[in-house]
Design a protein around this ligand. Structure first.
Ligand code: SF4
Ligand code: MG
Length: 324
């Protein structure tokens, strides 16, 4: 069977302009990503903010056009889809954003919020819409459906708002959900509930779930496979237990040691980039993009040549010269 989603040498670049016109540079947000996701698979993309995760998500959703490379869904290139097919694609792929309040229209009640995508996608029968809205509200466990239907976003807590966003992503019966930092703006007390909800829905509906997070500590229970991103590229990928129990790439090791370090000041035991800046996506470092911060960087190699992918253990890929 063809993978549900295939990504081939994907680049998504943006022109950065000052005051909206003077060209400042090109942001290499996604810069050479290739992967394939199976039907029903739950994967996580992990990396620091500014590593290109959200740009990758938005490219997969068809919201950004790739600068180079291709995204194929069920064997069909997104770039080749006409307007109607792109609309159909949007119905198949649900999107859960980071900020639920910002994602919900403030002047619509929950019933109307969930009715809207159904209307846009041609579900004209009112009774059928009501049936689907109620079913999806039951599924996300937002409490008594009759009470919830008439509520406006500001009357709901952050966790409840995110349940509405998830319900809206599900109401068109997608085959894939892309969740970009779905809990990072929520109270710590409800994060696990929302992640559990996504995982339960993913497994019950046999959805492909793309979960994007900066938090390596949350992924073990919510994904089957992990992709670690750094400066626009995937630097390591493996099944979740394999990756967390046998991390290979120095960047992943640094992320993991940061988790286990209770002293926040030591939290990133990474050599700082001169100036203390995160890696620039306008002028990415030469060679291995991690080399200015890597404790194991090899002079004359890592700063010069971009590492290719090695397979240090079965099913485990690491783009690092140490595994040559
Ligand atoms: Fe470090 Fe070199 Fe590996 Fe990059 S390729 S992670 S600089 S050892
Ligand atoms: Mg982001």
């Amino acid at each position: 069977r063809v993978p549900l989603l295939e990504v081939d040498d994907l680049h998504t670049w943006f022109e950065l302009r000052q005051w909206g016109f003077r060209r400042v540079g090109t942001v290499h947000a996604v810069d050479g990503v290739s992967l394939a996701l199976a039907h029903g698979e739950a994967v996580a993309f992990v990396g620091e903010s500014g590593c290109g995760k959200s740009s990758l998500a938005r490219t997969l959703l068809g919201l950004h056009r790739p600068t180079q490379g291709e995204v194929r869904f069920d064997g069909q290139a997104l770039a080749g889809l006409g307007k109607a097919d792109m609309k159909a694609y949007r119905a198949k792929v649900g999107y859960v954003q980071q900020d639920p309040f910002g994602a919900l229209p403030p002047f619509l009640d929950v019933r109307r919020i969930l009715a809207e995508p159904l209307i846009v996608h041609g579900v004209t029968d009112r009774t059928e819409r009501e049936r689907r809205i109620r079913a999806v509200l039951e599924e996300v466990r937002l409490g008594p459906v009759d009470e919830v239907l008439g509520k406006f976003p500001h009357m709901l807590s952050g966790g409840q708002q995110q349940r509405v966003v998830i319900a809206r992503a599900l109401v068109l019966e997608p085959v894939m959900i892309i969740a970009d930092e779905p809990v990072s703006m929520l109270d710590a007390s409800v994060r696990v509930e929302i992640l559990d909800l996504l995982r339960r829905i993913q497994s019950e509906r046999e959805l492909t779930l793309v979960f994007i997070t900066h938090d390596l500590s949350t992924v073990r229970h919510y994904a089957e496979r992990i992709f670690v991103m750094y400066a626009g590229r995937v630097v390591e990928s493996a099944p979740v237990d394999e990756l967390l129990d046998h991390p290979q790439h120095p960047y992943t090791l640094a992320l993991l040691s940061a988790l286990s370090d209770p002293d926040a000041d030591n939290a990133l035991r990474l050599r700082e980039v001169p100036g203390g800046e995160p890696p620039s996506l306008i002028h990415p470092p030469s060679g291995c993009r991690f080399h200015p911060r890597c404790p194991q960087a090899m002079a004359g190699l890592c700063d010069r040549d971009e590492p290719i992918e090695f397979t240090p253990r079965p099913g485990h890929v690491s783009a690092c010269w140490l595994y040559q």
